[in-house]
Design a protein around this ligand. Structure first.
Ligand code: PLP
Ligand code: COI
Length: 367
């Protein structure tokens, strides 16, 4: 298990000519990491091989019942050439949380992270250095038993692919417009909303597609029971900045984790960062009516989303039925900008990392 066989491609692909126009998730590097799971053997046969199609039986269980989970992280190349990962052990931890919920055998977190680092090292030439660009790392696990009965799989594949990326939203850090979903729900407590199961994203497509027709890039989900409390956006957690008119006191609020939303690593980092800066941050219930009220009485100052792909994404507008909530005149708020600058500063090594969040991509964590 603790050995990683490396087979390099003899046909490397050309690297992107213009790193400032990478977009998100369209290009893949020359290699991928594979690890097999077979009942009785556990996870075994870790290997780095040329990026290529994976052959599957048509009866492979993942194709029928969606037993699949994934993660998302990034490698950041600093101006001095140093490559860093951001809290990658949290991704490994969360992958095992997803595994547990989806009846997928747990991975060895330290070894798997080490194997991912080796993959990054093999494809190090693909890590972009343009401003705001990074190497997106996508680990995922899927069930491959050829069987169409419903039960947890006994045979699975862990794979990691790498993609040089720019901004997730085509407009970069410009505020995004979000559609508040009234008809469809994503998740309920007791379901899989807190995991990164591919199925969570499949069921969100219809709402996203319909929102897209009105010109909104993403959907803000409300809770699945009362359709009243704000949960999260398609690929981001959400934060709101409220200002009490009388006292001038600022509250940063984000929906509490109640089992139906993802515990984002960017979310937890923003909470820690904001608290260290002296802000009051509350993880609590936030009703959509509260947002509408705060907009009317002028106490809603800023809204932003957080995520690995999206980084800090200011929100300029929400549409909820016939109501339009215009946030900060559609401009980037002061706090959103400060968080963006601090977080990306730490990730790219421009600001000293007092939290100890970053780790060198090429150092060994395998003890
Ligand atoms: N919520 C959802 C549904 C996501 O897909 C993501 C992205 O991974 C996030 C929140 C943000 O999580 P993180 O900050 O760990 O990337
Ligand atoms: C990420 O931010 O890493 C994600 O997984 C979001 C993804 C759905 C693009």
């Amino acid at each position: 298990m603790f050995e990683i066989k490396i087979t390099k491609t003899d046909a490397p692909k050309p690297k992107p000519a213009d790193e400032s126009a990478l977009g998100f998730g369209k290009l893949f590097t020359d290699h991928m990491l594979l690890i097999n799971y077979d009942e009785g053997e556990g996870w075994h046969d870790a290997r780095i091989v040329p990026y290529a199609p994976i052959s599957l039986e048509p009866a492979a269980m993942c194709l029928h019942y969606g037993q699949e989970v994934f993660e998302g992280m990034k490698a950041y190349k600093a101006a001095d050439g140093e490559v860093r990962l951001f809290r990658p052990e949290k991704n490994m931890e969360r992958l095992n949380l997803s595994n547990d919920r989806l009846c997928i055998p747990k991975i060895d977190e330290k070894f798997t992270l080490e194997a991912i680092k080796q993959l990054i090292r093999v494809d190090a030439d693909w890590i972009p250095s343009a401003e705001g660009a990074s190497l997106y790392i996508r680990p995922f696990i899927f069930a491959v038993d050829p069987f169409i009965g419903v039960r947890p799989a006994n045979h699975l594949i862990f794979c990691t692919i790498l993609s040089p990326v720019g901004a997730y939203y085509s407009d970069g850090i410009k505020p995004v417009k979000i559609y508040v979903e009234k008809n469809y729900v994503r998740s309920v407590s007791g379901g899989t909303g807190y995991t990164k199961a591919g199925a969570n994203y499949a069921i969100s497509l219809k709402a996203q597609d319909e929102a897209g027709k009105f010109g909104y890039v993403q959907v803000l989900w409300l809770d699945g029971v009362e359709r009243r409390y704000i949960e999260e956006v398609g690929a981001m957690n959400v934060f709101f900045v409220f200002e009490d008119k009388a006292s001038g006191k600022i509250e940063v609020a984000t929906p509490a984790l109640r089992g139906s939303i993802l515990s984002g690593i960017t979310r937890m980092s923003c909470i820690e960062l904001l608290r260290s800066l002296g802000y009051t941050v509350n993880e609590r219930l936030i009703a959509i009516d509260e947002l509408i009220e705060a907009d009317k009485n002028g106490t809603l100052k800023e809204a932003f989303g957080t995520g690995t792909a999206a980084v800090i994404s200011p929100i300029g507008e929400f549409k909820y039925g016939d109501s339009i909530i215009n946030v900060n005149n559609g401009q980037i708020g002061e706090l959103s900008q400060r968080l963006y600058d601090t977080l990306t500063g730490i990730q790219w090594g421009r600001i000293s990392d007092e939290f100890g969040w970053t780790v060198p991509a090429f150092g060994c964590c395998c003890k």
